[in-house]
Design a protein around this ligand. Structure first.
Ligand SMILES: Cc1cc2nc3c(=O)[nH]c(=O)nc-3n(C[C@H](O)[C@H](O)[C@H](O)COP(=O)(O)O)c2cc1C
Length: 219
């Protein structure tokens, strides 16, 4: 599939074929997509909980109770579910960890360049932590960027997906002990293969987008 076909055919799956599993090769690609996403100053302020077993998906479904019950079958019948989590704080120890990781990858020809990078990380993060006071919000933006590229990436692998903000983040944070670990849950994305009866499949329900004339200004 070329890019245009991938963009036009991907859609939010509402009903999964529970009998279909994702191959190990594709799951490795899925994890690589999550890991390789860009983020501002390469902060990578994320953690991912990946559920592929019935037990794992049952734990994930604790976030789709009550008000969020409409998303429950999309969790339990999918082949896999990824919970995108974001850091709740970042400090000098973490910035150093990022710089050390870049160092290990061989990105710094000398210590001065490494220190320059570390200074840039601290400066940008500092703007959000102290000036704008939106550090957590800024880190969430980085995670959302990952989600965006993830949705296109999994579609290019031929996988169906459902991004879900309709989850009980408090219940999921408790289930996975996330807050104690310095994270909180943000969005879940189910993956797998749609059921023939999925009403939202593009052969049954057309996609809808605002027209080009409304969203572009050509200069
Ligand atoms: C961040 C985000 C959260 C969403 N949350 C839900 C959700 O909880 N449940 C659901 O069925 N669809 C959810 N959607 C799907 C959107 O409704 C869908 O992406 C939008 O209508 C465009 O349709 P398409 O994805 O089929 O192209 C979400 C999408 C995004 C990007």
């Amino acid at each position: 599939m070329n890019l245009k076909e991938t963009l036009n055919s991907r859609y939010t799956t509402k009903e999964y074929d529970a009998s279909k599993k994702i191959s190990d090769t594709d799951m490795a690609e899925v994890k690589n997509l999550l890991r390789m996403s860009p983020s501002s100053v390469n902060l990578q302020p994320w953690h991912f909980i990946v559920a592929e077993t019935t037990e794992g998906k049952a734990r994930m479904a604790k976030g789709t109770q009550g008000f969020f019950h409409f998303n429950e079958p999309k969790v339990t019948n999918a082949a896999a579910v990824v919970l995108f989590c974001v850091k709740t704080d970042a400090d000098d120890t973490y910035y150093q960890h990022i710089a050390d990781t870049e160092d290990k990858a061989g990105r710094f020809p000398n210590e001065d360049i490494k220190n320059g990078f570390l200074g840039a990380v601290k400066a940008f993060a500092g703007i959000h932590k102290y000036d704008l006071k939106d550090l957590q919000h800024w880190m969430e933006k980085q995670v959302y960027l990952n989600i965006g590229s993830f949705l296109l990436g999994v579609a290019s692998l031929g996988l169906d997906a459902t991004p879900m903000e309709g989850i009980d983040v408090k219940a999921l944070d408790e289930e996975f002990g996330l807050r104690e670990k310095g994270f909180t849950s943000l969005v879940a994305v189910s993956l797998g293969y749609h059921a023939e009866s999925d009403f939202n499949a593009t052969d049954k329900t057309p996609k809808s987008r605002l027209p080009e004339s409304e969203i572009f200004t050509q200069i």
